[in-house]
Design a protein around this ligand. Structure first.
Ligand code: COA
Length: 152
């Protein structure tokens, strides 16, 4: 895979493609059904990244009560380190800003150096942890927050 990606809104019908990436990325993956529900919830931001090889990554987020939450972000192993994760994150933050989110939260494994570098590089700060949040293997989650500048 090479070159930049295009980002579009994901639809429930895309869930099987997202599921392929989900299972390639996580030991305890979301089911296709949970992906369909998240994409179709109507409360969320569902983004899909494609390049010339097809779907290469996705991001799911939601917005409620003035806060945003990144629920899931994954890039296919063969498509990594080409800016896809950063592009998906930027587009989600742009859309959350349009929805006037004052801050954006997410959880990440403390051992996930790649994701932590991406998020902290974008300005997210560690604000807490959740004990035993993850399975396979069990691990605490770090809670990260980004304070958003009010839109002009
Ligand atoms: C985390 C993930 C989404 C990053 O996607 P990506 O497309 O490879 O990331 P990008 O190419 O946009 O990288 C953006 C920045 O993230 C950081 N980064 C990404 N991968 C990294 C790695 N393996 N090691 C260290 N830093 C890394 C770097 O700061 C990078 O900037 P740089 O390339 O200018 O150095 C991807 O590794 C992934 O899908 N991992 C498995 C699923 C996962 O952990 N999701 C996050 C759950 S919270």
């Amino acid at each position: 895979m090479a070159g930049r990606c295009q980002i579009r809104t994901a639809h429930p019908a895309d869930a099987p493609l997202l599921g392929l990436i989900e299972r390639a990325c996580f030991a305890d993956p979301w089911t296709d059904r949970s992906l369909v529900e998240a994409i179709g919830s109507g409360q969320g931001i569902s983004l899909l990244a494609t390049n010339q090889d097809g779907v290469v990554g996705y991001l799911l987020a939601r917005h409620a009560g003035g806060s945003g939450e990144i629920l899931n972000l994954a890039v296919a192993p063969e498509g990594r380190r080409r800016g896809v994760g950063r592009d998906l994150l930027e587009e989600a933050l742009r859309q959350l800003s349009e929805l006037e989110a004052a801050q954006v939260f997410l959880e990440v494994r403390g051992s996930n150096a790649a994701a932590l570098a991406l998020y902290q590089g974008r300005g997210f700060r560690i604000v807490g942890s959740r004990r035993g949040y993850y399975r396979l293997p069990e691990e605490d989650a770090l809670v990260l927050r980004l304070d958003c500048a009010p839109s002009a």
